[in-house]
Structures are given as structure tokens and as C-alpha cells.
Design a protein around this ligand. Structure first.
Ligand code: 1PR
Length: 523
């Protein structure tokens, strides 16, 4: 029996699903006594170090936790659940950590995108049972802006490189912790969890220890989901956002089945976009929540969900905040939520007033779930002009002239699934959302969507250069070479496709086979 320490805020559904998948029973802590009575305790936690410590104190869990950790029984901390073992964190210097391990948690100080998001390797420093059965060159899923700096080298189980080596797992007697998420790390991650659960594993150092480790470029499968005319929830796909063919919504498959297939084929992440979310309120659209719950039972890579994340008042006058909508998605198995239309309205307000309110969906969700949980989905289209002085927006000189031979364009943000253009350009939107606390940009492109012509490199460079957070290139992938092209010509951390995967024109494994040796990927 595994005891899970959860207090409501984070996404623990995937940890529960992974442990249950391994055939183990699980019970969730409700009182301090449950912690003290546990046989094996798992503490998964994403988000803010300070809010975690405050809740642990309010619930009077700190003393029981210290008691448990002193008892010599097995403990596995995941992400911030590992960081809590240290003395404190720069994220909330006023809050003391548990101080089981000497050291402090610091923010990444690197010339690279922060948060560190994606699949990276580990370099195992000491014998352990946690990696039993692994070769040592597997990659695991990380998502964090802070990392532990251990004062005692004996507590360092693994290091990982991101600009410099940082502590990616710790071990002290039967206390273990990973900065990465085993529950989101595919087969390798499930092996780690199984090793923790079984505890009859041989103690060893895996044969391969890559040094330095390398962050992989991510290949993401995207599923645009909506109800078709018969009322069934289907994966659909647009051509430049038009999802109808001969008057009917295209039906490319069932969401849960397709997501499962992409996991098996090696997708590094799966994204669901509820594309009619701007008009249908997702908490009334329970099938989407159900899709997420079902998917997360069998898909052990990160899941992002977008569509309809905004404040809403239903027909009975009951008001919901975007944070409540997001919370429901996190509880159902999402790791990140993506905000589309609402991000444009938030940025418009911010640019008008020049003031942060703390009330926007971006700020609220980021403050509770962490920046890494907030993705901004941008739906831009090109607006051509003859010369930069014809528009107040920042233009680029383009190698793809407009219909009348125009050599300049700006990238206009749209809302409501591309139906309405707004007076904000994509780079400004991305930059402002980063300031407000977004952790990643999902950069679509209406001009390229469904065309198979390749990614819009000019758009991607314009946005990537405006931000320091990771950017996902999206729209237009038609063959394996387009992925190599986007990674060679831009600095994006990941690339997303939909149509070619749904229609089985190019399997994910073929994309990875093509990229092998050209860019770092997870195989
Ligand atoms: O505005 O917060 O409710 O979010 C709605 C979400 O739904 C947004 O993320 C928006 O991008 C998405 N969306 C709305 N309408 C459509 C549509 O297609 N009619 N889908 C839509 C956007 C774009 C991509 C697509 C890539 C790759 N889909 O995600 O998957 O372009 O396609 P490809 O590889 O086939 O070229 P809100």
C-alpha cells in the first residue's frame, strides 16, 4: 500500500494512475496520523515552494512528515516534493523547508529558456535500487525553474545538465527524491516507480551515465477536439482552421484512442484543444473532462488541455473563475492548461492600463499551479503591408511576399478560433504573457495550419526572440524534414503536428528516426 501526500492543489491524478497501473493500491493522506502510519510515502508536488510549505503548516503535516522521515521507512518526493527535503528555497526564502538534507533550492541562472521543460538525461552518482533495470541513458520529464543545490555530495543521487549540472535526484537511506516526474516519463518513469514500490531490487549504478546530459527537442501530438454534428466528441482537423469538409465536421478519430496511440508511438507530449471552448463552457462540456480522465489512465507523458479557460457565468447566474476551470482540468489529469482567446483580452487590458491586476487567468493559475502549468496558445495570421510605416505594429521583411507582392507583414493575434483579428501582434502577446507569469508559448499559425507546407519560420523567430520561456512551433508540418528545418532555423524547444499524425502520413517514430543524429531527441 502506497500512501500519497496530497492536499488538493496539484495534479496528483497521474501519479495515482501510474501507481495503480503498476498494480499497487493507494491511499491519500487526510490527517497527520495517516502520514505517521504510512508504510511507503510518496509526495508529488508541482508549483510554488512557499504555498506548499504554508499548506503543510496549516494542515499540521510538518511534524508528522519529519517524524515519518526520521523513521527509516521509504519516502519518494517528486519535483517540489523533493525540494522540500532541503532547508529552503529562493522561491519563498521566508518559508523554511524540512531541512532533512543540507542545502538550498535556487532558481536556474542560465542563458537558456526557464522553466527547464522537457526530457533530459540523468548521470547516476551512487548505487541505488531506483534505476534497477534501466541502462542509464534514458530520458525523464522535467518541468521546473528551481533546482536544489546540495551541501552534502553524499545526498546527490543524480545530476542533470542544463547550462550547468544540477541535482536531479537525491538519496539518503530510504529517503529518495526526483526532480523529474517519473509518472510523466513513459516506460522509464514507470520502472522507477515500480522499483520504489517493490523495494526488492538490486542496488547498482546503471551501465551508462551520459555526461553531459542533453535536453531533447520535444515532438508533440495535438488533438483538436469538438462535438461533430451528431453530438459525438471527435478529433477533427482544420485547413487554416476550417474543420468542415463538404459541410460536415471532419472526423479523424476518437480522442482517448488517438492519444493512447500517440503515447505508444513515442509522442513526448499530448495536447488536447477543445476548439469550441470559446463558446461552450468546458465545465458544462463534461465529455472533455472525461476524455482527460480516461487518457491519463494510460498515457504517461505530459498532457496539456486548452479551450475555454476563462471566467464564465452560467445560465443560472453562477460565476466560475478561469482558475476553477483550470483546477477541474488539473484534477482530471492535465499537467498544463493552455489559454487562447482570453490571453489576448488580458494582454489588451494590460497594454491599456500598464498595470498588473493579479486577477487575470494567467496570473491566478500561475500563482497556484506554477508558471510551467500555464501555456499560451496563440493563433496568429499574417497581415501584409507594403512598408513598415503603414502599420503601428512591428513588421518583418518577409521572404514570402503577400498576394500583391507586399514585402512586409505583421503577425496579428486572433480570438475565437481565428474568427476575429485583434490589434495585438504575436511577439507582443507572447512577451506580455511571459511578464504575467506564463511558462510556455504554443505558437500556431493560421496561414500554415493543415497546409503541409512546413512551419512558418519567420513567425517563429519573431516570437521566440521576444521571450525567454520555451516555445512550441505549431502548424504546417508535412514531412519529417520540416521538423529538422524548424529545429535548425529557430531556437524552439519543441514542435507540434496534428494532421500528418492523424492521417498516418508520417508516424511519430519516423519523425524521430529522421531527426536522430541531427538534433537531440528522446527515442
Ligand atoms: O480560445 O482559449 O477557448 O482556446 C481555443 C483553442 O482552440 C486555441 O488553442 C486555438 O488554437 C484552438 N482552435 C480554435 N479553433 C481551431 C480550429 O482549428 N478551427 N485549433 C483551433 C487550432 C491549431 C493547432 C493545430 C496545428 C497543427 N489548432 O493546434 O493542431 O495547426 O496542425 P497541422 O499539423 O495539421 O498543420 P480558447
Amino acid at each position: 500500500m502506497i500512501t500519497l501526500l496530497d492536499y488538493g492543489a496539484g495534479n496528483v491524478r497521474s501519479v495515482i494512475n501510474a501507481i495503480e497501473k503498476l498494480g499497487e493500491r493507494i491511499t491519500v493522506v487526510t490527517t497527520g496520523r495517516d502520514i505517521l502510519d504510512a508504510e511507503k510515502l510518496v509526495f508529488p508536488r508541482v508549483g510554488n515552494f512557499g504555498s506548499m510549505m504554508r499548506i503543510l503548516r496549516q494542515k499540521q503535516f510538518v511534524q508528522p512528515l519529519l517524524g515519518y522521515l526520521g523513521s527509516g521507512r521509504p519516502f519518494l518526493g517528486i519535483c517540489v516534493g523533493m525540494q522540500v527535503l532541503f532547508e529552503g528555497s529562493d522561491e519563498a526564502p521566508e518559508e523554511k523547508g524540512l531541512g532533512i538534507l543540507p542545502g538550498w533550492v535556487k532558481r536556474f541562472d542560465v542563458d537558456l529558456a526557464v522553466p527547464h521543460i522537457g526530457w533530459n538525461g540523468i548521470n547516476v552518482k551512487q548505487p541505488t535500487d531506483l534505476f534497477y533495470g534501466l541502462d542509464g541513458d534514458e530520458k525523464f520529464y522535467f518541468v521546473h525553474s528551481y533546482h536544489a543545490v546540495a551541501d552534502d555530495p553524499a545526498s546527490v543521487l543524480t545530476t542533470t545538465d542544463y547550462g550547468y549540472p544540477f541535482v536531479s535526484a537525491v538519496q539518503k537511506n530510504r529517503i529518495q527524491g526526483t526532480q523529474f516526474h517519473p509518472e510523466k516519463s513513459g516506460a522509464a518513469g514507470l520502472t522507477v516507480l515500480e522499483n520504489f514500490i517493490r523495494k526488492d531490487r538490486q542496488v547498482a549504478i546503471p551501465g551508462k551515465c551520459p555526461s553531459p546530459t542533453r535536453l531533447a527537442k520535444r515532438i508533440i501530438a495535438c488533438l483538436d477536439v469538438r462535438a461533430n454534428d451528431q453530438g459525438d466528441l471527435v478529433v477533427t482537423k482544420g485547413d487554416q482552421y476550417d474543420v468542415r469538409a463538404a459541410g460536415s465536421v471532419r472526423n479523424l478519430g476518437k480522442p482517448v484512442e488517438l492519444a493512447g496511440r500517440y503515447f505508444e508511438e513515442g509522442a513526448d507530449e499530448v495536447t488536447f484543444l477543445n476548439i469550441t471552448g470559446f463558446r461552450d463552457f468546458p465545465l458544462e462540456d463534461m465529455p472533455m473532462i472525461q476524455v482527460l480522465k480516461e487518457t491519463s489512465k494510460n498515457v504517461f507523458v505530459p498532457l496539456t488541455i486548452g479551450g475555454g479557460i476563462r471566467d464564465f457565468t452560467d445560465n443560472n447566474g453562477r460565476a466560475y473563475t478561469a482558475l476553477q476551470v483550470a483546477a477541474e482540468y488539473f484534477r482530471s489529469g492535465a499537467d498544463k492548461v493552455s489559454i487562447g482567446s482570453d490571453a489576448v483580452y488580458i494582454v489588451e487590458e494590460f497594454l491599456k492600463s500598464g498595470r498588473r491586476t493579479g486577477q487575470s487567468a494567467i496570473e491566478q493559475i500561475a500563482s497556484v499551479y506554477g508558471n510551467q502549468a500555464v501555456v499560451i496558445s496563440i493563433d496568429p495570421r499574417r497581415i501584409y503591408v507594403d512598408a513598415p510605416d503603414q502599420t503601428p505594429h512591428a513588421t518583418v521583411e518577409t521572404a514570402i511576399p503577400g498576394p500583391r507582392g507586399q514585402r512586409y507583414c505583421w503577425f496579428q493575434c486572433t480570438v475565437k478560433g481565428g474568427r476575429e483579428g485583434r490589434e495585438v501582434d504575436a511577439a507582443t502577446l507572447a512577451q506580455t504573457c511571459e511578464q504575467l507569469g506564463a511558462g510556455e508559448i504554443l505558437l500556431n499559425c493560421i496561414d500554415r495550419d493543415g497546409t503541409n507546407l512546413g512551419f512558418d519560420i519567420e513567425l517563429i523567430n519573431a516570437v521566440k526572440q521576444a521571450v525567454t520561456i520555451p516555445v512550441i512551433a505549431s502548424s504546417g508540418a508535412g514531412c519529417e524534414a520540416h521538423f529538422a528545418e524548424v529545429f535548425a532555423n529557430t531556437d524552439v524547444e519543441s514542435a507540434l503536428a496534428a494532421g500528418i499524425f492523424h492521417r498516418r502520413e508520417v508516424p511519430i517514430s519516423a519523425v524521430k528516426a529522421y531527426l536522430k543524429g541531427k538534433v537531440e531527441i528522446r527515442l
